[in-house]
Design a protein around this ligand. Sequence first.
Ligand code: AP5
Ligand code: ZN
Length: 218
Amino acid sequence: MRLILLGAPGAGKGTQATFICQKYGIPQISTGDMLRAAVKAGTPLGLQADAVMKAGALVSDELIINLVKERIAQPDCAKGFLFDGFPRTIPQADAMKAAGVKLDYVLEIDVPFEAIIERMSGRRSHPASGRTYHVKFNPPKVEGKDDVTGEDLIQREDDKEETVKKRLQVYSDQTRPLVDYYSNWAKSEPSLAPKYRAISGTGSVEEITARALEALSS
Ligand code: AP5
Ligand code: ZN
């Protein structure tokens, strides 16, 4: 299974990716998680990405495309993979097409922007694993600690209200056009293009997982 999870910041891509990847036994490729790891490690990529991410803008297509191409060449991707937060621009989508990367599904998770602000302000993350919680909607078993490792949870630097607003604007301008890109491609070249499925991302985490798994089997 090779799929793209498409959706606004805070739509629940990372949350649902965990369950989908478990079900299909595939790795989660989150460009956001990879960039945050690079920032933490102080690599040249991290140094370039840090300020851009803090401002809620997008890292350059060239850097991201190279990062993803290297990642999907690794042996654990032979069985498939899930893209979370990638592609995020038309040039990124075009680069996958040009490289002949065949995809089975594009799954869009749709959540109204009003709900997103509340989700982001309560989000807590475990950076090492990418696991995500919410203080109210999806709390960890022990406050402030990761369920699996017991390590501290953090609040992401780009989850400040100002930055969230900027990220939603960037989504509308640069990523939302991928909805038409993939849904039109699925209509015009159904044998080549990934199947396009859209689900509502409003409801409990479990409800949305059930919707996602059903959409991916149809
Ligand atoms: P990235 O890490 O990809 O962030 P994002 O797309 O903005 O998405 P988020 O991780 O914020 O949200 P999510 O959809 O994963 O939601 P989550 O499951 O956590 O990117 C960060 C930055 O990196 C970008 O701004 C950019 O600078 C750079 N970058 C990354 N990829 C790039 C690319 N391809 N090109 C260029 N630049 C790139 O859920 C959110 C919260 O809601 C959590 O607290 C969760 O517990 C809660 N929640 C989840 N589901 C529910 C539910 N059903 N009900 C209630 N609460 C819920
Ligand atoms: Zn995420």
